[in-house]
Design a protein around this ligand. Structure first.
Ligand code: GRG
Length: 309
């Protein structure tokens, strides 16, 4: 079970991250910018501030806290990562991708505004993430800032989230003869590690980088991040299965095609739940060097596995 104070902690983090995002999405141009057109600023705020669990910034904040590091730089790092996550959701919802009308219980950005504005708001969120990381208030040492930029680029780009999204669309049959492919579990694990795992792992890596963690501590946190990423995805797929089962007539069309590419479909729900429990245990075990200090991250692993949203 997730203790109540974990939920309270997550809620406090959501509020703190929102304050930072709101400040970053001001309408005053930064040096070098000529103007921030209101419509894009409004769409960025809409996309990034309308709900969301803020799991990725939470990982940055809690990972850095293990080393006693808190404050503006950590918050900006978490906010930058959340900008990339929010951009991915805006673009994923577009008609050319998943074609969704609702996100976080509200109209998707392209429904609320229009497709062109949603594409541009996503682009602006993505590019701004790297501005935030590269700017001095994030860390006094330029080498640390470059490492943060590099880590986020690799997690979100070609060999990370973008590549994973492409593999996913391919598996749904979007680029070939239109038939969904039945992936093996190894292929599913790779796709998911890229599409969703990479940003969660990046949260742990970036928290460790900004805190100046040792190579050994970074390796432990990466093991934690990888297990958490897999657990997140299995939990997400179990939630999707439950949502599908609740719909009379079961999933059809694109949802049925998506289901084929999940471990839950391949292994069955019971085996997936068993694997989920193993992953939580692995995530918890990866934190043994940090003792009690890492209890919040242990609870985060349980939260990710047992969440209902
Ligand atoms: C468009 C390049 C590009 C990539 C999109 C992450 C992604 C790739 C698409 C999202 C599709 C999706 C719903 C995947 C399932 C896992 C996932 C990322 C869920 C949303 O993340 P949460 O639960 O969302 O952390 P909140 O709303 O809490 O921020």
């Amino acid at each position: 079970l997730i203790p109540l104070d974990f939920n309270a902690h997550l809620t406090a983090t959501i509020k703190a991250v929102d304050v930072v995002l709101l400040d970053l999405f001001g309408s005053q141009p930064l040096p070098g910018e000529l103007e921030r057109p209101d419509r894009v600023v409004e769409a960025m705020r809409y996309a990034a501030l309308a709900g969301g669990k803020r799991l990725r910034p939470f990982l940055v904040i809690e990972t850095a806290k293990l080393f006693g590091v808190e404050g503006q730089g950590v918050m900006r790092t978490g906010a930058a990562l959340e900008c990339v996550h929010c951009y991915s959701l805006v673009h994923d919802d577009l008609p050319a991708m998943d074609d969704d009308d609702l996100r976080r219980g509200q109209p998707t950005t392209h429904k609320k505004f229009d497709e062109a504005t949603a594409i541009l708001a996503g682009d602006a969120l993505l590019t701004y993430a790297f501005d935030i990381l590269a700017d001095e208030p994030t860390h006094a040492d330029a080498k640390v800032r470059v490492e943060l930029v590099k880590t986020l680029t690799r997690a979100s780009g070609l060999g990370g989230m973008v590549g994973g999204q492409l593999l996913d669309l391919g598996a749904e049959g979007r680029f070939g003869d239109g038939r969904p492919q039945q992936l093996t579990d190894v292929e599913i694990l790779k796709l998911q590690a890229m599409k969703t795992g990479a940003l969660l792992l990046a949260g742990c890596q970036m928290g460790a980088i900004i805190a100046g963690a040792s190579a050994a501590d970074r390796a432990s946190l990466e093991r934690y991040g990888r297990a958490l990423g897999q657990a997140f995805q299995i939990a997400d797929d179990l939630l999707d299965e439950e949502a599908d089962a609740a719909i009379v007539g079961k999933a059809t069309g694109k949802d049925a095609a998506k289901g084929k590419g999940t471990l839950v479909r391949l292994w069955g729900k019971d085996a997936a739940r068993k694997r989920l429990a193993e992953l939580v245990a692995d995530a918890e075990g990866a934190l043994s060097a940090f003792g009690d200090k890492a209890d919040v991250l242990r609870e985060a692993a349980r939260f990710v596995a047992n969440r209902d949203r």
